[in-house]
Design a binder for this molecule. Structure first.
Ligand SMILES: [Zn+2]
Length: 63
């Protein structure tokens, strides 16, 4: 029962976001914010330029 309510709420949020975007394309919806937080900008190593994943430091300095 709760799953149905949660699913309905999620659908409602997505629809509301789509409507808001349709009415005002420059408006940032909560969904956009969620996407931005889930996909951070790729970080590059300052020494070798390799992409770093998960906030780890590059291993090139160990060599
Ligand atoms: Zn490096």
């Amino acid at each position: 029962m709760i799953i149905k309510i949660v699913a309905a709420f999620l659908v409602f949020m997505v629809v509301m976001g789509a409507v808001q975007k349709w009415l005002n394309p420059r408006h940032k919806t909560p969904l956009d914010k969620l996407r931005q937080t889930k996909l951070p900008r790729p970080r590059k190593c300052k020494r070798c330029g390799k992409f770093l994943i998960g906030g780890e430091d590059c291993r090139c300095k160990d060599r």
